[in-house]
Design a binder for this molecule. Structure first.
Ligand code: UD1
Length: 374
């Protein structure tokens, strides 16, 4: 039985690490009884900088990708088109029984379409998330991927509900839990003793991460956001901002970098997994538009202000037991002040127990899904 897992961008790497390990563990536990799973890892190369890619493979002990499609940057159509052309060749040569795609990046949609058109079963890790906002490229990727996937592995009960509402067969889905939390649980002990960077003091800093096109691609929006953040930067806590390449490029293009550099905000290059997790353990709050950070903050109890109108991860919101609030730019000050005056309140939704990846492998092997779902 041959499986191909596909990764393309930073958040995928964090999710695939435990899955690769669970396949190895399955093979080790079944020696001599059943045929092992031959598992290949394909990196589409959407993220290619060491800081956006290689660091994560090293830190999380992800096996080196068997194939790299070297797609690189480009418009969405370019990235998706190039990925499909290259991945079709991989599928034709390798003839996998199952293709596993992760999350909501361009690689996820491109490779699920390619595999499905070749009659290969597709399994989606992180199925069923919906922001309801079709202006988000990620939402289109989610909708397309789930609509054609044979096995839908959902992180939470909201996601299961979305899939049922869309008419998916309950037998094709599993409430798997959140695979990112497998990684968090495994790596936590390695980072607890790490020092904080840049003289940051525990519970005295806010971490900023922003990269969504809706926040950073429009000059007026990004200017308003930068002004609002600078206005909050002297509230007695340090602001620490590891800048995503997309955001850095846009700040330069819109001539916004100099006013930020003149402020009290501390900047850094994109951080590795361990460094960001260490920061999360002692941060007073996060100011973000990331999907994964909403979830990590929820589990660690860190107050999180999400600069978006909606979230595909409602399970992390305060009204559902988490630590996350959505915020407009206009409400940033109020929401940030509330976060700064909140205590840590860790919350784990159902099956966010660190054992999601083996649960997924068992689910995929049940009745040999790769064959029967075709
Ligand atoms: C992608 C994902 C998003 C995910 C994010 C995590 C899609 C549609 N979006 O957005 O869901 O949350 O990754 O980071 O797939 N760049 C580099 N080095 C790199 C990668 C990118 O410099 O290693 C630059 C390029 O100039 C590129 C820009 O960053 O144009 C944005 O990269 P892109 O591939 O468009 O995706 P992200 O915005 O990172």
């Amino acid at each position: 039985m041959k499986w191909i897992s596909v990764v393309g961008a930073r958040p995928n790497f964090i999710k695939i690490a435990p899955f690769c390990r669970a396949v190895v563990d399955y093979n080790a536990s079944k020696t001599g009884q059943l045929a092992p799973i031959e598992h290949l890892l394909v990196h589409t190369g959407q993220h290619y900088d060491d800081r956006m890619s290689k660091t994560f493979f090293t830190e999380l002990n992800i096996p080196q990708a068997d194939l790299n499609l070297n797609i690189g940057s480009g418009s969405h159509a370019e990235q998706v088109g190039k990925t499909m052309i290259a991945f079709e060749k991989v599928c034709l040569t390798q003839k996998p029984d199952l293709v596993i795609v992760v999350g909501d990046v361009n690689a996820t949609a491109a490779c699920s379409i390619t595999a499905k058109k070749l009659g290969i079963s597709v399994a989606h890790i992180e199925a069923g998330l919906r922001s309801g906002d079709r202006s988000m490229p990620e939402e289109i990727n989610r909708l397309v991927t789930d609509s054609i996937s044979d096995a839908l592995m959902a992180p939470d009960e909201f996601a299961v509900e979305n899939l049922l509402k869309e008419g998916h067969n309950p037998d094709s889905m599993q409430l798997s839990g959140n695979i990112m939390i497998d990684t968090l649980d495994r790596e936590l002990a390695k980072v607890e003793a790490l020092p904080l960077p840049n003289g940051l003091l525990p519970e005295k800093y806010v971490v900023i991460t922003l990269h969504r096109p809706a926040n950073v691609d429009c000059p007026e929006k990004l200017r308003a956001l930068v002004d609002a953040i600078i206005a909050q930067a002297d509230t007695g806590v340090q602001f620490f901002w590891p800048i995503h390449p997309r955001t850095k490029a846009k700040l330069e293009e819109f001539s916004l970098l100099s006013s930020l550099e003149a402020s009290d905000i501390t900047f850094a290059q994109p951080l590795g997994y361990h460094a960001l997790l260490r920061l999360n353990l002692s941060a007073k709050a996060f100011l973000t538009d990331s999907g994964g950070l909403q979830e990590e903050c929820c589990v660690l109890g860190t107050p999180c202000v999400t600069l978006r109108d909606n979230t595909e991860r409602p399970v992390t919101l305060k009204e559902h037991g988490g630590t996350n609030v959505l915020s407009s730019i206009a409400d940033l000050e109020r929401n940030l002040q509330q976060a700064l005056h909140s205590d840590r309140k860790p919350y784990r939704p159902k099956n966010w127990d660190g054992h999601t990846a083996p649960r997924m492998v068992d689910f995929l092997l049940e009745g040999n899904k790769a064959e029967s779902l075709r």
